[in-house]
Design a protein around this ligand. Structure first.
Ligand SMILES: NC(=O)c1ccc[n+]([C@@H]2O[C@H](COP(=O)([O-])OP(=O)(O)OC[C@H]3O[C@@H](n4cnc5c(N)ncnc54)[C@H](O)[C@@H]3O)[C@@H](O)[C@H]2O)c1
Length: 398
């Protein structure tokens, strides 16, 4: 049984606690920490947690606990992780790992030097749909992944610190691009090195210094493109969608607004509908099992099983560090309006030489196949490229 300190009693601290209380039945949250003792006490009372504090170091050093869960605003992740490493405690940190790649690398080095278990709490690669799709992709259902597009958009976050770029590290890119980047990277393959980024970002609606809307492209050495689309200006709830295209297949995932549960009510259905829902009357998209659908349950299962089995979880601080390097390059690209290289100081994937190029499909000894298509008259049209002259031609087969 693991004994846990949860640092942060806000939105994500609540989701994590609900997930932990409901899953393996082996873990116990022994202490919760928030910025005020009153907030921490209310949370402890609600969830039956025996101790509470407003002192992060006290929670981390609590002699009974062996695992620290960091659910704090972005600018506090580094402090919390360094405290946990110093205390020799396993540490699980929410996204983004840090506000920038330099801090993420320092955190990675600290946990590795201390030899403590580390997990990056990137829940959206653990949604049941994503896990199934990742398995299919791994088994070859999509062929070689060419394009992984991931979107997270809503009307903006729920606490003041997100909107202050000194505390959050930026706007929608660091807040939600981190999810999209890791989803794309998981499908494209973590061995494939992300090389460069181009990005449009703007502040379209809100009176803030950071971007509230951005679209970016991340080029990988396999030739694949990861695309992130993030917004704090989107109306209509939270849009979480992924589209993955490969040489042999396609996956479309819709996690939140069209999940197969749609309800119309003129009078409301009694309060909270789903995260970032904009209203509680009219057409609604409730979510039956919010902590399951968002991946929290499968994520903690993997984290604690990995801890017990002495293996790394699916998502480690190394993944969080790579994501932060891509986020940093996205900010540079949004500024320069050019492709910007991704600066990875510690690359552990495959080297460029192993990245495979375009797959050519042989049609006959003289031709490569470009495309076959059954036409409305029933004929099969075959489009070919001559191997030596490069000429493109077509033939019909009855
Ligand atoms: N899907 C996800 O993985 C997901 C979703 C939401 C938020 N997050 C991440 O979780 C983190 C927290 O976000 P949130 O939405 O819960 O924020 P929040 O504002 O709802 O809650 C923040 C919590 O941190 C506590 N806190 C702040 N300063 C503190 C201090 N100095 N010492 C102790 N406690 C302190 C607050 O009291 C509060 O309980 C962020 O890094 C955010 O990016 C992840």
């Amino acid at each position: 049984m693991h004994k846990i300190a949860v640092l942060g009693a806000g939105l994500i601290g609540r989701f994590y606690t609900m997930s932990l209380l409901n899953f393996r039945g082996k873990e116990k949250i022994k202490v919760v920490c928030a910025s005020s003792a009153g907030e921490a006490k209310a949370f402890a009372d609600e969830f039956g947690i025996p101790r509470y504090t407003d002192d992060m170091a006290e929670a981390v050093r609590d002699p009974e606990i062996d695992t620290v869960i960091v659910a704090l605003p972005n600018y506090l992740h580094k402090k919390a992780v360094l405290l946990a490493a110093e205390a020799g405690k396993a540490v699980l940190c929410t996204k983004p790992l840090a506000t920038n790649a330099a801090d993420a690398l320092e955190m990675l080095r600290a946990v590795e030097k201390a030899g403590v278990f580390h997990g990056y709490l990137e829940d959206l690669v653990y949604t049941p749909k994503t896990l199934k799709a990742l398995d299919s992709a791994k088994n070859g259902a999509l062929g070689k992944v060419l394009w992984a597009r991931s979107r997270e958009t809503h009307g903006g976050p729920h606490s003041d610190w997100f909107w202050n770029k000194e505390l959050s590290g930026g706007g929608a890119i660091v807040d939600m691009g981190c999810h999209c980047i890791e989803i794309a990277r998981s499908f494209i393959g973590k061995d494939s090195r992300p090389l460069e980024v181009t990005c449009w970002a703007d502040t379209q609606v809100h009176p803030i210094d950071a971007e509230d809307h951005a679209v970016g492209l991340v080029r990988y050495d396999s030739g694949a493109i990861g695309q992130f689309e993030v917004s704090w200006t989107f109306r209509g709830g939270m849009d979480l969608r992924d589209e993955i295209s490969g040489t042999e297949g396609t996956v479309w995932l819709n996690h939140w607004l069209r999940t197969g549960f749609e309800m119309f009510t003129s009078v409301g259905q009694g309060g909270y509908v789903a995260e970032k829902a904009e209203g509680d009357t009219g057409w609604l998209f409730p979510v039956g099992d919010e902590i399951g659908a968002l991946g929290y349950v499968a994520m903690f299962l993997d984290m604690f099983n990995a801890m017990d089995e002495g293996r790394a979880p699916r998502e480690t601080f190394y993944d969080g560090y790579i994501v932060n390097t891509i986020v940093d390059a996205s900010y540079r690209a949004a500024e320069s309006k050019k492709w910007e290289p991704i600066d990875i100081q510690d690359w552990r994937g495959a080297d460029a030489a192993t990245a495979s190029g375009m797959a050519l499909e042989e049609y006959d000894s003289d031709h490569y196949l470009i495309k076959e298509e059954r036409m409305p008259n029933g004929n099969l049209k075959v489009i070919l490229k001559h191997k030596s002259t490069g000429e493109i031609s077509q033939i019909f087969k009855e």
